[in-house]
Design a protein around this ligand. Structure first.
Ligand code: CA
Length: 240
């Protein structure tokens, strides 16, 4: 599976079709969070990553990916400066192509990267300070102690934690974690599950460090929760 993370739709579709014709399975991602979600939930062989992505910038997507996976990444960018190249490679990109590039040239690089990474090691654990979320065994530990989460609680936590900093509305969480809509399930379901997950993983559920409330919008996972402590707080929740 090759993920084409590119916000320019024409570009994304053309690149995807080209790789499909070359025999690859392709998934498109129009923004940073979508790219992270695909890698978190699907076995991916390679990510073509545009650096200028909405939602979560490509460099941040790359940094986040490198915390949890060795998946090969080829950065595709219009930022043709030495600095941007070096930054991309520093962050752990396997290769770098500057727009405009030809699709056959890109495919040759993809083949080269896939050959190099013939044996790829997937580390499915997300680790943020003393919180570790292992997506293979579906186990969560806090300060080395295992925490018992229900299947849905685990899915919710893993989903939020795989795209740190991104705010998800309750509607989006219903869609992604429950595979449901408001027509089927009340948004309060999300609020209640967030409350339970906080009770289980947060040191102080009333002043959560990891799962932050974006007032009136939804929730986001704070990757810096380990060092920064609680900034916004969620005392009183958000009144929905
Ligand atoms: Ca772009």
């Amino acid at each position: 599976m090759v993920v084409v993370a590119e916000d320019d739709e024409a570009n994304r579709v053309a690149t995807g079709r080209f790789f499909e014709r070359m025999g690859y399975d392709v998934m498109g991602a129009a923004d940073g969070p979508a790219a992270l979600q695909i890698v978190a939930s699907t076995p991916v062989d390679l990510v073509l990553l545009d650096l200028g992505l909405p939602g979560i910038d490509g460099t941040e997507v790359l940094a986040t990916l490198r915390k949890s996976t060795e998946v090969p990444v080829i950065v595709c960018t219009g930022r043709d400066t030495e600095e941007a190249r070096i930054r991309g490679l520093d962050l752990g990109a396997d290769d770098y192509v500057v727009k405009p590039f030809s699709l056959p040239e890109l495919e040759a690089r993809v083949r080269a990267v896939l050959r190099r990474g013939a044996v790829q090691v997937h580390d499915e654990a997300l680790a943020y300070g003393d919180l570790v979320i292992d997506r293979t065994s579906r186990k969560v530990t806090v300060r080395g102690e295992q925490v018992d989460l229900t299947r849905r609680e685990f899915d919710l936590l893993a989903f939020l934690a795989s795209a740190p900093g991104h705010v998800y509305s309750r509607e989006e969480l219903l869609a992604h974690v429950w595979g449901s809509t408001e027509a089927w399930q009340d948004r309060a379901t999300v609020t209640e599950h967030i409350r339970r997950v906080r009770l289980k993983v947060e040191h102080d559920p009333n002043r959560p460090r990891w799962i932050q409330t974006a007032r009136g919008v939804g929730y986001r996972f704070d990757a810096g929760g380990a060092d920064s402590g609680n900034a916004g707080g969620a005392v009183g929740e958000d009144g929905s």
